[in-house]
Design a protein around this ligand. Structure first.
Ligand SMILES: [Fe+2]
Ligand SMILES: [Fe+2]
Length: 239
């Protein structure tokens, strides 16, 4: 993860322009399928299986929340950052836990001791509890370490997709373990964030535990997901 505020801003600016390509959601799933997530050393699973397992497991337990099924399907599409046509970012800049930059790093962050090497750690303005932010400012206003979560959030937001705000919240914060696992950084949340966090807790169970060897018949479930994509997304998205 890129931890320095300036670097994160630069990545957001560059990728936020969405000038890389235009493609539909299913096209992106197929592109991503060429990759396996190195952060899951035990499971050599194509991404399409992980996405569909997550979505199908949610669908079984929450049949009426079709937006949540779709969120499950697309939550990791930001991993296309690993692809050569997206700059082939290294794994460490794409996957792994995320956290706010521009304020003190919470001790529950993985590898917390290494944050001392980060120049922001010694910047008095950026190393207090609130740093560049204020109490309850809302996570939307907080710069997060760069990775596949924030990229997909930008894609979803800029293409004005019709997902409810809880869906966007899940996309942006599903790797934000300090928040959803440890309850850190809640002082930056506003009321909407607190509501949305309930859905992230629901979602997270499926993101982790759906990674099993239950095989999914892709062709069988594809028509259902294509109908959701049609309902919520334009035919082509800018990436
Ligand atoms: Fe992810
Ligand atoms: Fe995932």
């Amino acid at each position: 993860m890129l931890v320095v505020v300036v670097q994160v801003r630069r990545m957001r600016e560059e990728y936020g322009r969405l000038e890389k390509t235009e493609m539909g959601v299913w096209e992106c799933i197929e592109l991503l399928n060429e990759f396996i997530d190195d952060s899951d050393p035990d499971l050599e699973m194509p991404q399409i299986e992980h996405l569909l397992q997550t979505a199908e497991a949610i669908r079984k337990d929450y049949p009426d929340q079709d937006w949540l099924h779709l969120t499950g399907l697309i939550h990791d599409l930001g991993k296309v950052l690993l692809h050569p046509s997206f700059g082939q970012l290294p794994q460490w800049a794409v996957v792994g836990d995320t956290f706010p930059v521009g304020c003190a790093f919470d001790e529950c962050n993985v590898h917390f001791k290494y944050f001392k090497e980060n120049p922001d750690y010694r910047n008095p303005k950026l190393s207090t509890k609130f740093g560049a932010y204020s109490e309850g400012c809302g996570l939307d206003n907080v710069l997060m370490s760069w990775g596949h979560d924030d990229y997909m959030y930008l894609v979803a937001k800029e293409n004005k997709i019709a997902l409810p705000s809880a869906g966007l919240f899940i996309i942006r914060y599903h790797s934000f373990y300090p928040l959803h696992k440890h309850g850190a950084y809640t002082h930056l949340m506003n009321d909407e964030d607190k509501e949305n966090l309930k859905w992230l807790h629901v979602f997270n169970k499926y993101d982790l535990y759906s990674k099993s060897n239950v095989r999914i018949d892709v062709e069988k479930v594809k028509p259902y997901y294509m109908s959701l994509i049609d309902k919520y997304f334009p035919a082509k998205l800018r990436w």
